[in-house]
Each structure stands twice: as C-alpha cells, then as structure tokens.
Design a protein around this ligand. Structure first.
Ligand code: DX5
Ligand code: ZN
Length: 212
C-alpha cells in the first residue's frame, strides 16, 4: 500500500507568523500546501510568487503549490523559479491549454498536478490522468478554508484510481479531518490537504498523525 502524504495548508496559518507556523508542522510531514488565489478564478485573494520565494528560503519541505488562478500557464515559470516543487492548476482555468500547461511545468522540471472543482466530472480530465503526477479532487468549492467536506465527491476518487497507474498521487483538499480523511483514503486517496483541522488544533503533531 502506498504511503499517505499529509500536506498542511498554510491558508489556515497566521500570516503574520508564517515562518513559525511552517516550522510547527515541519517535523511531522514532508509537504506544505500553498493556496494561491487571484480573486478571479475564485472569490478570494491570498498570496503569490514572492511569498513562495520567501517560504523556499526557510524550509526544505516539498512545496505543493495549488494555483486557483485564471491563465495558470502565464505563471508556471515564475512559480517554478520561486521554488515550487509541485504545481497544481485547475482544469477549469486552463481551458484549452491544459496540455500546454502540463508541458510547461515539465519543462521547468517540476511535478505537475491537475485539479477539478466539485462540479467538474472526472470524465473531462480522463485523457490527462496519466500525463500528470497528481490529480487533486476538490472536496469543497475552492476559495476558502474551513468549509464542510462534500461527501458526493468521494466517488471521483474511486474513478480516478480505476483510471490511473500506481504512481499517480490522488490528493483531496477541503474539509479534511480525522473522519473525512479515512473516507478518502479508503477509496484510494494518498495525499491529504488539511488546513483548519491542523492549524486550529491544540496539538499539531496529534492532529497530523490522526489523519494517517
Ligand atoms: C480551499 C483551499 C484549501 C483550504 C483547505 O480552496 O484549496 O487548501 O486551505 O482548508 P480546510 O482544510 O480548512 O478545508
Ligand atoms: Zn488548496
């Protein structure tokens, strides 16, 4: 069985103490999840390239960068130079440039991830599943932390799993806690993003360990 990766989302961290909040999770997981939002693709604005660059300077964690932005192709080089290890973009935002965007990530020698929102069926991305390193199934509408897990997304995990080869990372993001993590891993998810569950907990180590 594949090992499960926990990727804490810094969206729920204290941005005035970001470095310290990253250090809090560093001993317990190999990845950190960075949510980039542009106020167009999603109704929220978060952080961009300079912040990724600063994070790169303070940690060796694998930087899992989740782009919730329009025209992701335009920004692949910048996030790559800033130090992202994985760049995940949204199929709905890339429109007819999905293949080109994946290629651009590869040209930068980064891992490529493709994400779909809750209303997008797996069938729409079927042809790309084995061309990327990771598929991200959103289990909330992207834009904000602290939302409730959408259970109706779980069958998509199973579907992706049945269409993929064994090396694919199947990531879920949104409303992940001890209970929903189990529902997802039982169906084949092997990478769990969790923001509020980890950062709002009084014992971060225990919270992370409770997910796997
Ligand atoms: C939502 C973001 C998530 C968010 C998850 O659009 O992509 O990464 O931080 O937050 P929780 O775990 O609180 O649902
Ligand atoms: Zn995310």
């Amino acid at each position: 069985m594949n090992k499960i990766i926990v990727s804490p989302s810094i969206l729920s961290a204290d941005f005035s103490n970001l470095g310290a909040d990253i250090k809090k999770v560093e001993p317990y997981c190999p990845w950190i999840h960075i949510d980039v939002m542009d106020g167009h693709f999603v109704p929220n604005i978060t952080i961009g390239v300079p912040v990724v660059k600063s994070i790169r300077n303070i940690t060796n964690l694998f930087l899992d960068t989740h782009l919730m932005i329009e025209n992701p192709l335009k920004y692949i080089d910048a996030f790559s130079s800033a130090g992202s290890n994985l760049i995940t973009f949204h199929y709905e935002a890339a429109l007819n440039k999905t293949e080109e965007t994946i290629d651009r990530i590869r040209q930068n020698n980064k891992k490529a991830g493709l994400s779909i929102k809750p209303d997008t069926p797996v069938e729409e991305i079927e042809q790309y599943i084995n061309k990327v390193d990771l598929i991200l199934i959103m289990t909330v509408e992207p834009g904000f932390g602290g939302q409730t897990f959408k259970e109706d997304q779980v069958e998509k995990i199973k579907k992706v799993k049945s269409l993929s080869d064994s090396n694919l990372i199947i990531q879920v993001d949104g409303g992940i806690n001890q209970k929903t993590a189990k529902i997802c891993t039982e169906q084949g998810a092997n990478c769990l993003v969790a923001g509020s569950y980890i950062y709002n907990s009084t014992n971060i180590k225990q919270a992370i360990e409770s997910l796997i």
